[in-house]
Design a protein around this ligand. Structure first.
Ligand SMILES: Cc1ncc(COP(=O)(O)O)c(C=O)c1O
Length: 460
């Protein structure tokens, strides 16, 4: 559809009235925002008519790609039938019942209940409240500390932001809430000692959790919270030894496990949930983003039978909830989205085809002079840029080179996100050979251009 307002006018209006999330507002106003006007399959289109291959699935979100009429039809039909009703006060409606049943079917076997929200942050807040409520119900109200990890991202609300471990997020308004501790993340490439194997490093990173439990006193620790694969922190993929060791530790001290699957949920690793991929048994799983492929906001917190039984054994309210929890239109879209994923086998394809294609495409860049490490699991990948491959020396001013590279990608019609100097991707699950080939050609070009820009800082 042609837009009567010019691109330039839209940029000016945006700058005048719209405050973007996670943005340097001064520099955005100097450059103007890029305006995305349309999406189709794995591509988005900007207001200047460029077609862009979206290697980030919107924001780890549009797994089934853009422009799916079926999802729009599901929303349309539900809006006509029942556009909204709340789920407070002992009421419910068919879409939320059907979705909850479906989620229980695809979730780990001991998880059968869902409490909904509209964003990952909200659902992590729900988790934090429910974790503490659970321990109060169990007569152990001192168990309030939640251990999470440095560089974790759990959202931007005050509680989820406190649970997250990003210092640049904390610098604005945290710590607002006490009761969160952050331990090292399992980032072998960046944190291992010289000569330390991934196996040994994974166990060491897990033991950091045990050390923290002992420092706090196990009787004060409520839960350990983590993303199965740290996403916004730089697609940090834990060594194989990490999660089994973490599971042993939380079991040993009787501590609850919260898996934040806002990125890994709904198929990204080749299983419906990342917990299934790593064989862990969380008591709580948060999800959002790809549950509806981002067509409409919906999130949730799934709870296992232990937590559900404790709640139900208690004859009083859990005083928590959001107006839009279990929104009927969002639930109808999520059901259709899951239906599409099942029909097109998108989750199995991550294991059989798309995941291996991403891994082999990224592997082609491991010898590039700028590249320290490439890594991927399922349809999550990263290319880490360094100034010296041999010593893993970083560039001065972390993030500067990442942005140079990201801008080259963008100019070439491709989106990967820069997490400091690590380029991360989470393509829609519908990519075919053609899209991997297109991405490969752009990445090669953009890495070479970036190398030219920073050649005098790179040790050959
Ligand atoms: C792992 C994880 N948890 C929570 C969130 C917060 O989700 P939202 O932005 O929907 O609040 C994000 C967002 O990227 C995330 O990656």
């Amino acid at each position: 559809m042609s837009n009567p307002i010019s691109s330039e006018q839209l940029k000016n209006l945006d700058a005048a009235h719209h405050l973007h999330p996670f943005t340097n507002h001064q520099s955005l106003r100097a450059s103007g925002a890029r305006i995305i006007v349309r999406g189709e399959g794995p591509y988005i289109f900007d207001s200047e008519g460029h077609r862009i291959l979206d290697g980030m699935a919107g924001l780890w979100t549009t797994s089934v790609g853009y422009g799916r009429r079926e999802l729009a039809d599901a929303a349309h039909a539900q809006m006509l039938e029942l556009p909204f009703y709340n789920t407070f006060f002992k009421t419910t409606h068919p879409p939320v019942i059907a979705l909850s049943r479906k989620i229980a079917e695809i979730a780990p076997a001991n998880i059968n209940q869902v409490i909904y929200g509209s964003s990952g942050s909200e659902s992590n807040d729900t988790a934090i409240r429910l974790i503490r409520h659970y321990w109060a119900l169990k007569g152990q109200p001192n168990r309030r500390i939640i251990i999470s990890r440095k560089n974790a991202y759990h959202g931007s609300t005050i509680a989820a932001g406190s649970m997250g471990g990003m210092s640049h997020v904390h610098q604005h308004s945290y710590p607002v809430y006490e009761g969160f501790r952050h331990v090292m993340d399992p980032y072998w490439y960046g944190e291992a000692f010289d000569g330390e194997t991934p196996e040994a490093f994974g166990k060491r990173a897990a033991r950091a959790i045990e050390d923290e439990i002992l420092r706090c006193g196990p009787e004060n620790v409520a839960a350990f919270a983590a993303e199965p694969v740290q996403g916004a922190g730089g697609v940090k993929i834990p060594p194989e030894s990490y999660w089994p060791e973490v599971q042993k530790i939380v079991d040993k001290y009787g501590i609850l496990l919260l898996a934040d699957e806002v990125i890994t949920g709904f198929g990204r690793l080749g299983t419906w949930f990342g917990s299934q991929y790593y064989g862990i048994r969380p008591n709580f799983i948060t999800f959002a983003k790809a549950a509806t492929s981002g067509y409409i906001p919906l999130s949730g917190l799934m709870i296992d039978d232990t937590i559900a039984e404790a709640l139900m054994a208690h004859n009083d309210d859990f005083n928590h909830g959001y107006t839009f929890a279990g929104h009927p239109v969002a639930c109808a879209v999520a059901l259709k989205n899951i239906d599409i994923m099942e029909r097109e086998r998108l989750v199995s394809l991550v294991t059989e085809k798309t995941g291996p294609s991403l891994a082999s495409m990224l592997a082609k860049f491991k010898d590039h002079p700028l590249v320290g490490e490439v890594r991927s699991v399922g349809m999550l990948g990263a290319i880490e840029l360094v100034a010296d491959k041999k010593t893993r020396r970083r560039f001065a001013n972390p993030g500067r080179v990442g942005l140079i590279c990201r801008d080259h990608f963008f100019r070439e019609g491709f989106i990967m996100r820069a997490v400091f100097d690590t380029m991360v991707c989470a393509p829609p699950l519908i990519w075919t050979d053609e899209h991997f080939a297109e991405a490969e050609a752009v990445i090669k070009k953009a890495l070479d251009q970036t190398l030219k820009d920073v050649a005098d800082e790179v040790t050959a």
